[in-house]
Ligand binder design. Sequence first.
Ligand SMILES: Cc1cc2nc3c(=O)[nH]c(=O)nc-3n(C[C@H](O)[C@H](O)[C@H](O)COP(=O)(O)OP(=O)(O)OC[C@H]3O[C@@H](n4cnc5c(N)ncnc54)[C@H](O)[C@@H]3O)c2cc1C
Length: 815
Amino acid sequence: MNVPSRARVVVVGGGVIGSSVAYHLGHMGWRDVVLLERDKLTSGTTWHAAGLMVTFGSTSETSTEMRKYTRDLYARLEAETGQSTGLKQCGFIEVTADPDRLEEYRRVSSFNRYCGIDVQEISPRQVKELFPIAHTDDLLAGFYVKDDGRADPVGVGMALAKGAKQQGVTVLEGVPCIGITKKGGAVTGVVTPHGTIECEYVVNCSGMWARQLGQQHGVNIPNQAAEHYYLITERIPGIDPNWPVLEDPASYGYFREEVGGLMIGLFEPKCAPWNVGGIPDDFSFGEIQPDWDRMGGYVETAMARVPISMNVGVRKFFCGPESFTPDLQPCVGEAPELRNYFVAAGLNSIGILTGGGMGRVIAHWITTGRPDVDITGFNIDRLHRYQANPEYRRTRTVESLGMVYKCHYPTYVMQTARDAKRGPLHDRLAAKNAYFKDVSGWEGPDWYAPPGVEPRVEKIGWGRQNWFPYWAAEHRAAREGVIAMDMSFMSKFLVEGRDAGALLDWISANSVDGPTNQITYTQWLDDAGKLQADLTVSKLDDDRFWVVASDTCHRHVETWMKRHIGDKHAFVADMTGAYGQINVQGPRSRELLQSITTADLSNEKFPFRHVQEIDIGFARVMCVRITYLGELGYELYIPVEQAVHVYDRIVAAGDAFGLTHAGLKALASLRMEKGYRDYGHDIDNTDTVLEAGLGFAVDLKKPRGFLGKEAVLAQKAKGPLKKRLVQILVKDPEPLMFHAEVVRRNDRPCGYIRAASYGHTLGGAVGLAMIETGDAIDPKYLEASTFDVEIAGKRYPAIASLRPLFDPDNLKIKG
Ligand SMILES: Cc1cc2nc3c(=O)[nH]c(=O)nc-3n(C[C@H](O)[C@H](O)[C@H](O)COP(=O)(O)OP(=O)(O)OC[C@H]3O[C@@H](n4cnc5c(N)ncnc54)[C@H](O)[C@@H]3O)c2cc1C
């Protein structure tokens, strides 16, 4: 076997994803690339995929773009390579008989249209015309994309690999990666049975093997294979291969022609993880023995959508493994544990239909040093090491596969593998009637039921649910009185050392190394001036800093700091689990805290942005005067062993001030009224700090400069911004926004809501949208424009503002 001793990039895994990465690297001019496949190309999961090509259905701009790109790529690959992808653009219809799903699909379809997908809502009669053997009497509607359809997964994989070879990539079958070499925290080579290939980059695209391969070298990839089914019936007279693919998630099934019969694919609500202990090394072109007992009921339900399928025999009941992730997003990007080690695995059953786009994104990321799409939702560094634990994977995966076909209620909370992490106040808050949700594994209070009422969701839906009034009351209490909010899940880091200040000041756009005992809100930028983090830095002493970021950015922030240390004298310690965090916020927060501490909390002695240790009970607490809700307020950081003690003191004193417990729903609505940003939700790695409206937090004058400064200056020099994040308030108090609602200016789409909540004080749904109209955007421009938002197919007049609609002058915060 002729295995080269050097390559710039080694891609491990010759499924659709690895072949696509290699293909795109080649096309981007990186030809010194080796693709290693353990056995034969496509022999893992790719060979047996059903090949559905669907652009409809995602409210992620990145995913939708990837789907569109992939479909277009497969359409042109045969002309380029001579190898057919079998793409058949026979159309795709998603049907529903259920009003909640109808609402979901209407919301999704308007967003998908905004992204350039030609999706039409069609009547049950039209569904019947397009797919005559479907039972349509009970349907409410179908959503039809005429250019979608199906592809041949083996053809796709082979065409990508052939295209890669044509670009000069070396494709080696029968050569496994059995290890890697590394030096100084970066990968340096790939070990094979035929020798080591020295390289600059490795891309782990080994599908369901990715976790165990990564584990060998300390890289955390918590994906898990699960049984995944389809069946193929005997021939059905009259069936037409040109009929579209039909999907009915409520019946657990999708349907398409297959050699004169019907293929019925299944996504059952509770699935079966496969080989939690490890995937066999020699599993190639393999099948799993189907479990009829478990699947029989789902098959019957699915067949009822196409009744004729019940009258013909089943030719093949197929079960193959596909890998799933804890949150149904793929694991993509550079591993936090190892520089230049990239991963693209855990495709959650859409590897064929996103494979082209995925390869393009990874190749762009490697060749340019940064991704060109929002990767915050699927970046591998969002995942934690505990999620690779076998019991966690076994438990969570049962829910993951079924999520594909669930109605995607935005307030749904994953139910499996709960209680993985408890904050120190958990039991106290449970006794206060908290309804908990999974916050990066922590049990975080979402809202509180009143005394005597069980905290449960009575009926999930798109409208106001039973907890809406509880939420409104918590929101009001923060605006008018005082609330206590458990935020112990926040990521907290102690950064120490002689150069800790220099490190943090260099990576922060704001000045964070000024006076001690001060907290600073800042962004971290990359050298292109794009956002990498949005957080606070408190200077506790000349050589001691406290960095706090949201839970989802935990490992990203930690990695970013560590990778910029270089030879500086600075040390990062993760204090997340060591400190509880209670936020006491609201106009009466000072009175309440003053009643339990000897520290002087007056505005003069303890102004906004001040940090100091205060005494509460027998504890010493780090108290920070800052707010994420737009009120006078304090964040208390308490060693876990004293968190309950401090909490009890606050609650005991709180009665006299009407203290209310508030949860994450209130956090979302309060911060959204104030237009405060949340990285990974309304701002991301594709935005600049100026576009995000955060220029006020950039210190262009600080003597040592900062990472990304040149890019900020360059953007400033270009003149007024044509792309800006604006706050959107719907004038009608009734509709609710969540995410992905399309915003129009003067009747033309100009952006979409990236994150939203309900403004209980402003009196309507409120969100943040990045808008782009081709014109310079400033307050006058917004005033002279007419805005509306499309929510579930209806358009509602809205206000757009660059200044926060709630307390634009910060009078409440600084009082
Ligand atoms: C029943 C079923 C139906 C599906 N239908 C669809 C569909 O309709 N549409 C869709 O988009 N997706 C579908 N999927 C999902 C799709 O098949 C996967 O998402 C996709 O194939 C994953 O591709 P991959 O490249 O990540 O993994 P794989 O295809 O498994 O490729 C990984 C490769 O890595 C190789 N490898 C492993 N370890 C090593 C090593 N150490 N060294 C070298 N090589 C190694 C393996 O041999 C394998 O070839 C379906 C899946 C199933 C099971």
